[in-house]
Write a protein of this length. Structure first.
Length: 656
């Protein structure tokens, strides 16, 4: 056989073997045999580069049908957890539960691995789907690219099962990977977490498997079987040979919780993977439901984050940044230093009071730490090491951007630029307006806003809607496609709901939550513009300070003009309730037992049709929807003479 044909044969065989091994989970040959053939191919390719085939497993592109990654909606949203940084928070959390249930609830304390959260679905005994967390509502389908060493392709359980877990890269694998990348002149990964996420979408299967990713299940989001406790659901996973972390402690008092937190903290740095804290969960599933959820978090779980690692370095300089609210923030410029696997060269100094409190001078040796925030902070100064060359930090009287005089506000000790035309404020407000949680205009990030502002194409966020393709397509770095994409994204933003339009305006003290409350209360921009201070104070969840700031902003002629323009471009200026019907208005519901679809599906239907969900059986409950294996709630409902209906009776109520 000639060389060319042998290469072809090897490529075919190896691709077949790797598909069998990684996708079908039924290896056709031993690893040794595979590696021998792979080596033969590699050697031949080196000697005869002219015969290297496009689909060779030695090249980055492996199996072709794998290279498109879709975004899909999570059947059950992936919640994040409330974070706490002190044991006091944990005590409060536990006390809250105690008051709610009238007893010391059993909770679990588990290690919180520092990786990427994934949702994994099994059906009929087979691994069906792996999806990233994404924004919690939808994530990326990485079923075909993710190679996770310890995740079985088949399990003995034949029902439907949706699992949640964390994918991690072990510390030794991370070190070795970065070593090799360094030698090859490739960019290094900042930490094992980034390396793990980055490895989930690799197309080359051999490369992906060399990353040796591991996954640990921390919960079942859906299972045809119902579990009484969280630990029972994890035991069920173990019985099915699914990987579950061995570090879980069941506690029935706050002192036991504290002990478990301490135990985990003590072993923190000796574990084979990074952890950043512990997670505490109510063990009993009925109790979990009774505690319920906020818009963002389950109320029955909390994450406890361990103190960040502290590192010392030198303060080289302090620069002053102007944010979109005009606040001037001192930023420490540091001698670059490694902390928790990341190189840090900037840190926040918050405000003048903080600088005074730290008694910090340029040239000082300082301790920095990276806590829950993305930006590290300076925590202390080693005054004993101060040199004679150390210089005092002087705050500017004038805006470093526009040179106008700064005002010092009493509430947060910050100097503010009050010049509404200051480029820093204007650009900041446009960037905020276009950001993901506001108008979500893709392609209009910091750099582009700066460019278009400097070119006088946009001077405020209303100007975005006057942009056109011909202004953009001939600019350096642009083309017809990127210009059209941006204009399309701008037009798409006209469908963004009213509450996010309010948030996008960037009024001081009006975050996403307050914006939603204001939108729900006033229903339209016209009503909001006519609101008095008293009207604003009436909004549930909006305080005096927010009411004042909204009022003064809306009385500003410039803002009024901008809002009028936004209205003329067709942005959403009226509140549309996410409820689509009102047939269940005034009725309260609770679900128990197993239904044919995940509980969340029925809960969404109830809310969409104007019904209200209750967290427990009481006299206020109108309907209990009972599925199979309904337990104590059904009993209680019968006792209280609450109407019990089946899932079909419920569907009839909303004409489904
Ligand atoms: Zn300024």
């Amino acid at each position: 056989m000639d060389v060319e044909n042998r290469i072809k044969e090897l490529v075919d065989i190896l691709n077949k073997y790797s598909k069998a091994y990684y996708i079908d989970n039924s290896p056709l040959v031993s690893d040794v045999e595979y590696d021998r053939l792979y080596k033969e191919l590699e050697d031949l390719e080196k000697k005869y580069p002219e015969y290297v085939m496009e689909d060779s497993p030695t090249k980055t592109v492996g199996i072709k049908h794998n290279n498109k990654i879709k975004t899909i909606t999570h059947e059950i949203p992936m919640y994040s957890l409330e974070n706490s940084y002190s044991i006091e928070d944990i005590k409060e959390f536990y006390t809250r539960l105690y008051k709610l249930f009238g007893l010391n609830p059993e909770v679990t304390v588990e290690v919180k691995m520092d990786g990427a959260a994934l949702s994994v679905t099994y059906d009929n005994g087979r691994l069906q789907q792996i999806v990233t967390r994404g924004d919690g509502k939808s994530g990326e389908d990485i079923t075909n690219t993710a190679v996770i060493k310890n995740l079985p392709k088949k399990i003995s359980y034949k029902g439907r099962l949706i699992l949640r877990g964390e994918v991690i890269m072990p510390k030794v694998v991370f070190k070795q990977l970065n070593k090799i990348r360094g030698e090859m002149g490739q960019p290094l990964f900042a930490n094992p977490r980034n390396a793990a996420s980055g490895s989930l979408k690799l197309i080359n299967i051999k490369e992906a498997s060399s990353r040796e990713l591991e996954m640990y299940i921390y919960g079942t989001a859906y299972c045809d079987e119902e579990f009484i406790t969280h630990t029972a659901s994890l035991d069920f996973c173990k019985e099915n040979n699914l990987p579950v972390s061995q570090y879980l402690y069941v506690c029935s008092s706050i002192s036991e919780v504290e002990q478990a937190l301490k135990t985990i903290e003590d072993m923190r740095f000796s574990l084979p993977y990074d952890i950043d804290g512990a997670v505490i969960k109510v063990n009993n599933k009925d109790y979990q439901e009774e505690a319920g959820w906020t818009a963002k978090f389950p109320r029955w779980a909390i994450a406890y984050k361990y103190k960040a690692q502290q590192v010392s370095t030198k303060l080289l300089d302090v620069i002053f940044q102007v944010g979109r609210t005009g606040a001037v923030t001192p930023v420490a410029v540091l001698e670059p230093v490694q902390i928790s696997g990341t190189t840090v060269s900037r840190a926040s100094l918050h405000n003048e009071d903080e600088v005074k409190r730290l008694n910090i001078m340029t040239g000082d040796t300082v301790f920095i730490e990276k806590g829950g925030e993305i930006i590290p902070k300076v925590v202390s100064v080693q005054e004993k090491l101060r040199s004679d060359n150390a210089k005092e930090i002087v705050f500017p009287d004038k805006c470093p951007i526009c040179n106008s005089l700064l005002e010092i506000s009493e509430d947060d000790a910050k100097r503010r630029c009050k010049n509404t035309e200051c480029p820093a404020l204007v650009q900041g407000s446009i960037i905020h307006f276009a950001s993901r949680d506001a108008m979500d205009i893709k392609g209009l990030g910091e750099k582009v806003v700066e460019e278009l502002y400097n070119a006088h194409l946009i001077n405020n966020y209303a100007d975005i809607y006057e942009l056109n393709v011909s202004q953009l397509e001939n600019r350096e770095g642009w083309g017809e496609v990127s210009a059209i994409n941006l204009i399309n994204a701008v037009n798409d933003s006209k469908n963004i709901p009213f509450e996010r339009v309010i948030f996008a305006l960037g009024l001081r003290h009006v975050g996403a939550v307050a914006a939603k409350l204001i939108a729900e209360h006033f229903k339209s921009m016209d009503n909001l513009m006519n609101a008095s201070f008293n009207d604003l104070e009436q909004v549930k969840g909006v305080g005096e300070e927010t009411a004042k700031s909204v009022l003064s902003s809306l009385n500003d002629k410039n803002i009024q003009e901008i809002i009028a323009r936004l209205k003329s471009y067709g942005l959403q200026m009226e509140y549309v309730s996410s409820a689509t019907g009102s047939s269940l208005k005034g009725s309260t519901f609770l679900i128990t037992g197993t239904l044919d679809k995940p509980r969340k599906y029925y809960e969404d239907l109830i809310v969409q049709n104007g019904g209200t969900l209750l967290s427990g059986v009481s006299k206020n409950l109108n309907y209990l929807i009972a599925g199979e294996k309904a337990g104590s709630k059904l009993e209680k409902a019968k006792k209280l003479e609450v109407k019990v209906i089946s899932q079909n009776e419920f569907l009839n109520m909303i004409n489904r």
